[in-house]
Write a protein that binds this ligand. Structure first.
Ligand SMILES: Cc1cc2nc3c(=O)[nH]c(=O)nc-3n(C[C@H](O)[C@H](O)[C@H](O)COP(=O)(O)OP(=O)(O)OC[C@H]3O[C@@H](n4cnc5c(N)ncnc54)[C@H](O)[C@@H]3O)c2cc1C
Length: 445
């Protein structure tokens, strides 16, 4: 049988290799480390965790990451099995002994007779064969150039610039209102495409003070190379002058407060729809290097967002990722070259768990293809299905930025109460539905 080739033995590539071999299909795993280094990896081991040693929450009832853990365990995932084996005490989180974890992943893959290793950098996208590209946020420069040559220069970004994303049902619409600047747009929907949060002068001044005082995260050593000035963090804009934001992303012009038409706002924070479901909104132009704790405090100062629930917080990182909504089909294949499938962080998911989950999915799909079958993704009511649906279709391609798994990606349950208060009933219902639908997906394979 023709082997599946995988480029990159990180979290995604390792899981994909395991799934393919378990399906009885041979695999060739191409990994450039330790011959070619990245600024973040320290070893030549598979599935190295480059920063924190946590797979985040292990709660598969109330947490979407925990639900992904459950799905990966149910599908016989290697990353979860080795994480469970090398678990450290960490409350409700799944933290691991990182060295023992990646050594165990490496040893298991090396002991698997159907997996062969090619210790070399792949520098060109291959023309033929069944391939998975799982080269991660630090895809080597030569391969990145080849990906750009095939997909177009705008299609592979080298930095993310993530603005915080808010659950729509936690925005206080008695303060905020829907309107596009100058009521621009052909349709009523377009003319009401943004949610606007007004600020008085005092509120704006207090907000700038908080931004300037907030604790910021540093760039990792080597991470800044190639960083450009076009996506400045909001706190850097505020440092350049107290009025900079009011003339930039927070400008109040062309907007009329629907609740107080006679009152002119001193500044306005705008939120834009982030997914087709309309459950998530991003705060426009608010990419930031503030630490997560500081972000929630500062952003809840915005009128209308006092009780905001954040689906994800902002960040700026060195991160190679594709514009997946335009490039990939729902089988994670490049539309223009269907022999190439992408997996992991390079597809525009974010995090160890999400990357491994996308590796699991890509691996199963590639194995099915090698056997002459077609495997559709799981229903988008599941964690994996919700993520793959977001990156290959649900997200807005124009503003696409990497995404963590979160309940805002799950189709709402109509009869359930929205807002932060409804979470206690809603989240268990989401995860119960996800488990049932994930089991059905496994059963048809
Ligand atoms: C500095 C930094 C800190 C991070 N911190 C965290 C964190 O704390 N928590 C978290 O959840 N996520 C974190 N991430 C994101 C993290 O990288 C991903 O969550 C996860 O590692 C992605 O898995 P992956 O398999 O897609 O990529 P990786 O795990 O990076 O694996 C990609 C593999 O491909 C190899 N490769 C690249 N190019 C080639 C090539 N041309 N030929 C052959 N091999 C190649 C690389 O050597 C690597 O082994 C961080 C990322 C960075 C850059």
């Amino acid at each position: 049988m023709e082997p599946v080739n995988i480029i990159g033995a990180g979290l995604a590539g390792s899981e994909a290799a395991w799934q393919i071999a378990r399906a009885g299909v041979p695999v060739i795993l191409h990994e450039m480390r330790p011959k070619v280094a990245t600024f973040a990896h320290k070893t030549g081991d598979c599935a190295e965790m480059v920063c924190s040693n946590s797979f985040r929450s292990d709660d598969d009832v109330m947490n979407a990451v925990g639900q992904l853990h459950w799905e990966m365990r149910a599908a016989g995932g290697l990353i979860m099995a080795m994480a469970d084996r090398h678990k450290l005490p960490a409350g409700g989180a799944l933290a691991v002994d990182r060295e023992a974890f990646s050594q165990a992943v490496t040893a298991t893959l090396r002991n698997e007779p159907l997996i062969g290793f090619r210790p070399a950098e792949v520098t060109e996208l291959p023309d033929t064969g069944n391939w998975i590209i799982a080269t991660g946020p630090l895809t080597s420069d030569r391969l990145a150039a080849s990906i750009r040559a095939v997909t177009g220069t705008e299609s592979l970004a080298f930095f993310d610039a993530i603005a915080p994303i808010v659950h729509a049902d936690t925005i206080d619409m008695s303060i905020a209102w829907e309107q596009s600047r100058y009521d621009k747009g052909e349709t009523e929907e377009e003319r009401r495409a943004y949610i606007n949060c007004p600020m008085t002068r005092d509120q704006y001044e207090a907000f700038i003070d908080a931004l300037l005082a907030a604790e910021k995260a540093e760039f990792h050593e080597g991470e800044m190379a190639g960083y450009f000035d076009g996506c400045l963090p909001i706190e850097v804009m505020a440092e350049r002058g107290r009025e900079t934001l009011r003339h930039g992303p927070m400008k109040p012009i062309g907007l009329t407060n629907a609740h107080k038409p006679d009152e002119k706002a001193y500044a306005v924070v705008q939120l834009r729809r982030d997914n087709a479901l309309g459950t998530l909104y991003n705060i426009v132009g608010f990419q930031t290097k503030m630490k997560h704790g500081a972000q929630t405090q500062v952003f809840r100062m915005i009128p209308g967002l006092e009780n905001a629930g954040f689906a994800r917080l902002g960040g700026i990182h060195r991160n190679s990722f594709l514009n997946s909504p335009t490039l990939l089909d729902d089988r994670m294949r490049l539309r223009s070259r269907p022999n190439l499938r992408f997996a992991g962080q390079v597809t525009g998911v974010e995090g160890y768990v999400e990357s491994a989950a996308m590796g699991l999915l890509a691996g199963r799909m590639a194995a099915a293809q090698a056997k002459g079958n077609d495997l559709p993704p799981p229903a988008f009511t599941t964690g994996m299905g919700a993520l793959v649906n977001h990156i290959t279709g649900g997200a807005d391609a124009k503003t696409f930025q990497p995404m963590n798994v979160n309940f805002g990606l799950f189709p709402p349950l109509e009869e359930m109460r929205g807002g932060r208060r409804g979470r206690k009933e809603r989240y268990p219902a989401y995860t119960a539905r996800a488990k049932e639908d994930f089991r059905s997906w496994l059963a048809v394979q």
